[in-house]
Design a protein around this ligand. Structure first.
Ligand SMILES: [Zn+2]
Length: 85
């Protein structure tokens, strides 16, 4: 699936909070990095309709996550993390 998602789009995903397949709605949220090192502000994510947890982040949001990570790093560290072509 390569079609970009937009806020308000609906899907389904497994919610870790609800422990089941739930309907989701895409919305802009602040999402923590998977390693807990920080938070990406205002990216598009799939949100559980039942409990309002972020259950998935589409691949299209990955560049925004990478930009946020770099912004939080020392500039000297950039060389070890080149931008995607
Ligand atoms: Zn849920």
């Amino acid at each position: 699936m390569t079609k970009p998602y937009a806020a308000g789009d609906q899907s389904q995903a497994i919610c870790a909070q609800c422990a089941k397949l739930v309907p989701t709605t895409f919305a802009h949220r602040d999402v923590p990095f998977s390693d807990g090192s920080g938070v990406v502000r205002d990216i598009l994510a799939a949100v559980c309709d039942a409990c309002d947890a972020v259950v998935a982040v589409p691949a299209q949001s990955t560049p925004a996550i990478q930009r946020a990570r770099k912004a939080g790093q020392d500039p000297a560290a950039r060389e070890s993390c080149p931008p995607m072509a």
